[in-house]
Design a protein around this ligand. Structure first.
Ligand code: PHE
Length: 453
């Protein structure tokens, strides 16, 4: 195999921190807890755990193998592993997906960044427990022409600086600091939340199995969330796989990453719902939960509320940052491999492009909301949201797992998983079955129901 791409993380710990950094993001903190509660708490959790460990981890291992075996970024990786060069198009599709996810992610990350300031400055606290005023504040902020745009720029510049510092000095070192910080922040919030009166109600909502709420829609949401949360299906893990040291155990590393990602999602739920229920609020979903319900919860905590709300928005921004970094790195590294440019130029280029689109999507919520797409008259933000949730990731994941299960030579896979015969791979038969049959079928169902629904 070619070894043109020699950059690696320094150790297994480095790989795990960086990949957990990619995996743990807004999806864990503001999406998982909400859908878990909505679709039956413990009942949803059981299904989610099956999906994330059986299918999500399978996809992650496949991407790691493709990346480390080929030592290339997605387009060349697929081309290096199969003589038909057209497979490179799959890498390209993954990069386009990464680009759109990044651009949309920057908008939401910008909001969380701005809210760190809104919290520290006391602006949020000043709204007291007037739910209407808090929602209005958010509506005015998110539709403003300038403030969210500035936030997008600030957030993306920080990501850019990290990428420009390189894989070990930038991504790995930053992840090694930010991930433990994130765990600390979420634990502080958990302790606060659990010690509030009536915290048990929130735990019940989150964990008590209610199978009547676990609808077909809930099962599909669990699968979609498992893939999104592990950052698989668009080649980011192919790039990180190409940085994996040769003696790293792909199976163990993927299991660690999956376990950490899942644990942090659950902890996020423990940090949020007991507090929400303790204040007697309804658990809303998405931005409503984070920017309208939670500020009210913090304002109900008295003086220390400012501290906890700042910790919360900092937690969100940290989680979002390492995820955005992985997306920007995937794009940067690919251009680096295909064109005669250096890392700095490549990173700046994608920074400019993704923040330009991010700004456009942000404006489409406010001043440009009259610019719509298609018969459904979707705003640009809603359009890209649909693209990023229903179409692009399942399509890429489906083709990637198909390539891995049916096209890539099996001998290469076994050789890579066993580190050239050094490691025992007793799990292989089960893994192969999941990769060839279960994962493609499940993804096909997600895709079809997504498109039809
Ligand atoms: N896994 C991230 C989250 O949970 C999102 C993400 C998806 C990051 C794909 C990178 C690639 O928020």
């Amino acid at each position: 195999m070619s070894t043109s791409n020699k950059t690696t993380f320094s150790s297994t710990l480095g790989v795990i921190m960086a990949a957990v950094g990619s995996a743990v993001g807004l999806g864990n903190i503001w999406r998982f807890p909400y859908i878990c509660g909505k679709y039956g708490g413990g009942a949803f959790l059981i299904v989610y755990l099956c999906f994330v460990f059986l299918l999500g981890a399978t996809l992650m291992m496949s991407e790691f193998v493709i990346g480390r075996r080929s030592q290339h970024t997605p387009i060349k990786a697929f081309q290096a592993l199969h003589p038909k060069k057209a497979w490179g198009l799959l890498g390209l599709l993954g990069l386009i997906t990464s680009f759109f996810i990044l651009s949309q992610y920057l908008v939401l990350s910008g909001w969380t960044t701005d809210y760190i300031w809104e919290s520290i400055s006391g602006n949020l606290a000043a709204l007291g427990s007037d739910a209407g005023a808090i929602s209005n504040y958010f509506a005015q902020f998110s539709t403003n022409a300038l403030r969210p745009v500035i936030a997008v720029v600030i957030f993306s510049v920080i990501c850019l600086v990290v990428i420009m510092c390189g894989v070990q000095k930038g991504i790995e070192n930053v992840s090694k600091v930010l991930m433990p910080l994130l765990v600390l922040l979420v634990l502080v919030l958990c302790v606060r939340s659990l010690t509030l009166p009536n915290a048990g109600k929130g735990l019940e909502y989150l964990f008590l199995p209610d199978f009547s709420k676990l609808t077909g829609e809930g099962v599909l949401a669990a699968l979609g969330q498992a893939l999104f949360s592990l950052s698989v299906g668009m080649g980011v893990m192919i790039v990180y796989g190409s940085y994996m040291p040769v003696n790293d155990n792909v199976f163990k590393t993927a299991m660690w990453i999956t376990a950490c990602d899942t644990l942090i999602a659950i902890l996020a739920g423990v940090a949020i719902f007991p507090a929400v229920f303790s204040c007697g609020f309804d658990p809303a979903g998405g931005p409503g939960l984070v920017f309208c319900v939670l500020p009210n919860v913090f304002n109900n905590m008295g003086g220390a509320g400012i501290v906890f709300s700042t910790i919360f928005f900092l937690l969100l921004a940290v989680a979002a940052m390492t995820s955005a970094i992985s997306l920007l790195e995937s794009l940067t590294a690919t251009l680096l491999e295909h064109a005669k440019v250096n890392r700095q130029v490549s990173a700046v280029l994608f920074f400019l492009l993704s923040s330009a689109f991010g700004i456009l999507f942000s404006l489409s919520i406010g001043p440009l909301s009259n610019v719509t797409i298609g018969h459904a008259h979707l705003t640009m933000f809603d359009f890209v949201d649909k693209l990023n949730s229903i179409y692009l990731p399942p399509i890429c994941s489906l083709f990637t797992i198909f390539f891995f299960g049916w096209v890539m030579p099996e001998a290469d896979i076994k050789d890579e998983l066993s580190n050239h015969g050094v490691l025992k791979i007793g799990y292989y038969k089960v893994f192969r079955f999941l990769a060839r049959y279960v994962a493609p079928l499940a993804l096909l169902v997600v895709l079809i129901t997504g498109i039809m629904g």
